[in-house]
Design a protein around this ligand. Structure first.
Ligand SMILES: O=C(O)CCC(=O)C(=O)O
Ligand SMILES: [Fe+2]
Length: 330
């Protein structure tokens, strides 16, 4: 039996008994045609970073054929504990314009058409579409991807159950204890105990949800599935203080980890960890300011937020460099 099966069933039981009223209906956009495994593998051929869902390790030694073995095995009900059938997850698979999944996704959701939007882009200015491709049985633990930007979760293949929480202080406190630390499969516990749970089922290609900056979410894939999306920022999040509040929270957490290395000092600094993602978000904000799409007040608020956050991040980087140098000279 798949090791995640019991957790998945218990999550579904909880939703259907205690949290039925918390369901949210997704939004929908047109796709040119429903993506198939062919489009998925066209994108995966150039991908090199795969994650072993069962032991939490990331590997660049795997390639798309290793991924294919786990993917096909999960589809056919195989034993995931057989080494050759290891279900690997592919995060941040960059779509190539005009090929693979992006061929099926001709446009962008309405919110991204707005004049004040800033999006993660390719070098040529074309919006960057990326995907998360997960074999059946994957349960992605509660996490937030970015505090300085939001993103779209668009179903391109299979079925997803997306669970998320309003970012109230209690949830931030619980989540702060596990952010970027390997603490095991905590989804069921979070679903049962964290307040402000919402959930949605995405089961038609083109259905999507918007995740706000710092929005904590977990995702369950009952069958082989893929979601695609864009990272972006809108001026509402400057005006309602969301960007400042969430990045402040994450910076403070990283600063505290620096003071208490024993609770996972190095974790925030790994590739793709919060220091790297916050620095990417600050680059996105710089691009946003340079694009001239913001109104006077939003522009000046973002400018001062950017200065404040850049300074904190610089201090964090300085302290990390010093700690590493001290460690080496011992
Ligand atoms: O599909 C998954 O398992 C994770 C997706 C996710 O977390 C995201 O798109 O932000
Ligand atoms: Fe995510």
């Amino acid at each position: 039996m798949h090791p995640s099966k019991d957790v998945g069933i218990q999550i579904l039981k909880h939703l259907s008994t205690t949290a039925l009223a918390n369901e949210v209906k997704p939004q929908k956009m047109e796709l040119s045609y429903p993506p198939t495994g062919a489009e998925i593998f066209q994108d995966l051929r150039t991908h090199s970073d795969f994650f072993n869902h069962l032991n939490g390790e990331s590997h660049s030694k795997f390639n798309w054929i290793d991924f294919l073995m786990g993917w096909e095995a999960m589809k056919d009900n195989a034993n995931p504990l057989m080494e050759f059938h290891t279900p690997l997850v592919a995060f941040d698979v960059i779509a190539h314009p005009g090929k693979g999944l992006s061929k099926c996704v001709p446009g962008i959701p309405a919110v991204l058409e707005r004049g004040d939007v800033c999006m993660r882009m390719h070098k040529d200015g074309c919006p960057l579409l990326y995907s998360v491709i997960t074999p059946a049985g994957t349960i992605t633990c509660p996490h937030c991807d970015n505090t300085g930007s939001g993103h779209i979760i668009l179903l391109t293949y299979g079925i997803k159950l997306v669970l998320w929480w309003d970012c109230d202080p209690e949830v931030l406190k619980y989540y702060g204890d596990i952010h970027c630390l390997k603490k095991g499969q905590l989804s069921l516990n979070a679903v049962k105990t964290w307040p402000g749970l919402k959930w949605a089922i995405l089961d038609e290609p083109g259905q999507y949800l918007i995740m706000e900056p710092g929005q904590i979410h977990a995702v369950l894939s009952p069958v082989n599935s893929a979601v695609s999306g864009w990272s972006f920022a809108i001026s509402d999040w400057i005006e309602n203080g969301k960007l400042g509040k969430m990045m402040d929270w994450e910076m403070t957490l990283v600063e505290k980890r620096l003071e208490n290395p024993e609770i996972g000092f190095d974790s925030p600094f790994i590739r793709g960890g919060p220091v790297e993602t916050m620095s990417n978000d600050l680059e996105l904000w710089t691009m946003w300011l340079n694009s001239g799409v913001l109104s006077g007040q939003s522009e000046s608020n973002l400018k001062s937020l950017l200065e404040r956050m850049s300074q904190r991040l610089e201090e964090i980087n300085g302290r990390t460099r010093k700690r590493k140098a001290d460690g080496k000279s011992k």
